[in-house]
Ligand binder design. Structure first.
Ligand SMILES: Nc1ncnc2c1ncn2[C@@H]1O[C@H](COP(=O)(O)OP(=O)(O)OP(=O)(O)O)[C@@H](O)[C@H]1O
Ligand SMILES: [Mg+2]
Length: 309
């Protein structure tokens, strides 16, 4: 869907991104991680031409982006930026409606969509529709930014540290929400984060950048289990690759489905890493597993989990 071929960007003669080759397949969730200043935000902004590249080629849906009108491009691409970037003199509702309004949706459809998104992101429309950005907390502003990016149902979503200002609870809820949106609608998503765990949780493909270059790209499992260099190993935490690998699998993948047991139970879609914590906290060696409707569907054995890592 999005393809970088030998792309470079220079600021005052210094490269922000150098010879970048990258492929974000249609429907995939690609996560860019890397050190501060490694060129992640620049890479994202080149996709919707907020920043123009100096060398190489960027293709969007098979077409060179320099041959596409930037406004048209941006209508097909939702974008939530690192610094939120809400329009300060516009209400929350109007901010969210930015792109639908550009697309001249009928008023009723816009209003309904704004309410739908406010609900989706945990806001009471009656309380928040008419507020201004300065009347929101940082995390609330960030969530409105995400709502704005989703508003016109874009084919592609670019998100630059969209959950950075959120507390761990809201953050986890938002991560689940974005993963659900991705799975339901098969959108192509490119997300930037500093948070290694967030990257591993969300990504189909992880791209690790340093100093304007791609150091390694692949599935989370590949980067954890076959790091291409000591830098990659260090970035993903050299002490706990086993525990991190556990966060890539769910209880359902390791349980013994023919068995049942008494006592504490966990949902089937819990990660094995979370299950490990539960084992440690409760001091048990087996946990019952429940399916989406809360019915017992198997048993997770501590030993099987250790074997998995
Ligand atoms: N408008 C600009 N003018 C000059 N230099 C810039 C500009 N924007 C970015 N840079 C430089 O380009 C490099 C890459 O910046 P970029 O914002 O892409 O990094 P990043 O990976 O997103 O970092 P962070 O994780 O801190 O957000 C940095 O060295 C930065 O100083
Ligand atoms: Mg950045």
């Amino acid at each position: 869907m999005i393809e970088f071929i030998g792309v470079s960007k220079y600021y005052q003669g210094r490269s922000a991104v150098e010879g970048l080759s990258l492929n974000c397949p249609q429907g995939a969730f690609t996560v860019l991680v890397g050190t501060s200043g490694s060129g992640k935000s620049t890479t994202l902004k080149m996709i919707n031409r907020l920043v123009e590249h100096d060398a190489g080629q960027i293709r969007f849906a098979g077409r060179d982006i320099t041959a596409t009108d930037p406004r048209q491009l941006r209508q097909r691409i939702g974008y939530a930026i690192q610094s939120v970037g809400l329009f300060p003199h516009w209400t929350v509702a109007r901010n969210i409606a930015t792109v639908p309004q550009l697309l001249r949706w009928p008023k009723q459809k816009i209003n309904a969509r704004v309410d739908e998104l406010l609900n989706l992101l945990g806001f009471d429309p009656a309380l928040f529709r008419e507020r201004y950005p300065h009347q929101l907390s940082g995390g609330q502003q960030q969530r409105v930014g995400v709502a704005r990016a989703l508003a016109a149902d874009p084919e592609v979503l670019l998100m630059d540290e969209p959950f950075g200002a959120l507390d761990p609870v809201t953050r986890t809820a938002m991560q689940r929400e974005i993963r659900r949106i991705h799975q339901l609608q098969g959108r192509t998503i490119v997300l930037v984060t500093h948070d290694v765990d967030e990257a591993l949780l969300l990504a189909d493909r992880v791209v690790l950048m340093d100093a304007g270059k791609v150091i390694q790209q692949g599935t989370p499992h590949e980067l954890l289990s076959q790091p291409a260099s000591p830098f990659v190993r260090a970035f993903f935490g050299s002490h706990e690759p086993g525990v991190r690998l556990l966060s890539l699998q769910t209880v359902a993948q390791r349980m013994r489905s023919g068995e049942r047991c008494r006592g504490e139970s966990v949902p089937h879609d819990l990660t094995l890493r979370e299950a490990l914590s539960r084992f440690v906290e409760s001091g048990v060696t087996t946990l019952g597993v429940t399916d989406a409707s809360g019915q017992p569907c198997g048993v997770l054995h501590f030993n099987d989990l250790v074997a998995a890592s």
